[in-house]
Design a binder for this molecule. Structure first.
Ligand code: NAD
Length: 401
């Protein structure tokens, strides 16, 4: 399947740009990344582990397939997130029913056509819907596990839907991820990485930097550097070379981000961007909002769009508490030239992934999952593979036991 994705990469990239809106560069990374994720899972195995082999008994841990897995996906990385679930579920011996988001089914359906002669019939099934099959799929008695990526609100419905049959669930949900920039960084040095962490895929990333806390001593400089990058960013048609950011993917998200932006105009100061160009397509320029605090939608909620609040802080103990004061806990990052100090602060952030001087790097070998209302369980890595299995212990008592 990885070979087939790569052999058809150019077609899949073009299709992904057209249905999702992300520019060619991001789509290229997503398609080749998906192939790499498929390959990674083939390097893992689920051999029987011998837990005890003594005179009295032998205890083995087996990892058994669950059966039919439902994989439900959002619209921000349609194929990449399929690469988190499908290869792991198959390697573990399951069959899968995949349901892409209603606004991004095309690349996934085309992927299905491409692989249809590679896997036996019925092993990979892809259904498309009008946002009405997620519930029935979750509740279907033949589905033994639901691996869901999407919003926290829908994740709760998945948990409810799975409850009556006690199905296994993995929930990868929303985030409101904080970055903390300490007083010792060079603003020019960190700004491009902070910008990328916040605005990649027009901010439509579960693990994007969604609140940036900057120490008061460098606050103005960091804002200036981020604003300069925002102002020179090319926003437009993803199929055109040179475009860095595309539109919001769908009208619902576009309307939500515009509402949040409108409130932020009153409660904060727009340092860069803020324009919603009067042109076809759901475009919003990358926007930096300063002089804004908690108690506003932009800071308290998951904006999932290209609008970043930059919040001033003076005390580290206070900023850690503010970063953690959220129902979400997906990722977080700390930025400093003093690695020990940054590491200590990163360890105090309540999130599934924390990082120092980088924001939520993605790698198929490293498990990814949220704390609090950002999710249950994890994907990727060996942990992600095991989520598609049932642990079964086999004990053989020896003579004289
Ligand atoms: P969403 O929750 O609206 O939809 C996700 C999927 O759930 C879609 O396929 C949808 O059709 C389906 N669905 C709708 N109702 C359902 C129901 N009752 N039961 C089961 N499935 C149902 O999310 P979205 O707007 O497509 O995606 C954006 C959200 O996804 C953001 O909150 C983002 O943070 C999150 N996300 C999380 C991760 C992660 O790994 N943690 C990754 C990407 C996106």
């Amino acid at each position: 399947m990885a070979d087939a994705i790569e052999a058809n990469a150019q077609e899949l990239i073009q299709l992904l740009v057209q249905e999702q809106g992300k520019p060619l560069e991001g789509a290229t990374g997503e398609i080749y990344g998906t192939a790499a994720f498929f390959r990674y899972f083939t390097s893992l195995n689920l051999d029987v582990e011998i837990r005890e082999d003594s005179e009295s008994r032998r205890v083995e841990a087996h990892r058994k397939p669950l059966g039919v897995v439902g994989a439900i996906l959002p619209w921000n990385f349609p194929l990449m997130l399929l690469g988190f679930k499908l290869p792991a579920a198959l390697i573990a011996g399951n069959t899968v029913v995949v349901k892409p988001a209603p606004t991004t089914p095309l690349t996934t359906l085309r992927f299905g056509e491409i692989i249809k002669d590679i896997v036996p019939a019925g092993v990979v099934n892809i259904i498309a819907d009008a946002n009405d099959l997620g519930g029935p799929l979750t509740q279907h008695p033949d589905i033994r596990k639901v691996s869901f990526t999407g919003s926290t609100a829908t994740g709760k419905k998945v948990m409810e839907g799975a409850a009556s049959l006690l199905k296994r669930i993995t929930l990868e949900l929303g985030g409101n991820d904080a970055g903390i920039v300490l007083d010792d960084v060079d603003p020019k040095d960190v700004a491009p990485r902070l910008f990328q962490g916040a605005f990649f895929n027009s901010g439509q990333v579960c693990a994007a930097l969604k609140r940036l806390y900057v120490h008061e001593s460098i606050y103005d400089e960091v804002i200036d550097e981020l604003s300069a990058i925002a102002n020179e960013t090319v926003v437009g048609n993803g199929l055109e070379q040179g475009t860095k950011l595309g539109p919001l993917q769908n009208k619902m998200q576009y309307d939500k981000v515009k509402e949040i932006l409108d409130e932020a105009r009153d409660k904060g100061t727009i340092a860069a961007g803020g324009e919603v160009p009067d042109q076809p397509g759901y475009f919003i320029r990358p926007t930096i909002v300063r002089d804004i605090e908690e108690g506003t939608r932009l800071v308290d909620e998951e904006q999932f769009g290209p609008v970043l609040p930059v919040i001033k802080f003076s005390e580290v103990s206070d900023v850690v508490q503010r970063a953690n004061d959220s129902d979400y806990g997906l990722t977080g990052s700390v930025w400093s030239t003093d690695l020990e100090r940054a590491y200590d602060i990163a360890n105090q952030i309540d999130a599934g992934t924390v990082s120092v001087n980088t924001h939520a790097p993605l790698d198929p070998t490293i498990p990814f999952g949220g704390s609090k209302m950002s999710g249950i369980g994890s994907e990727l890595g060996e942990e992600g593979l095991k989520e598609f299995t049932q642990l079964k212990i086999v004990t053989v008592a020896r003579a004289g036991d």
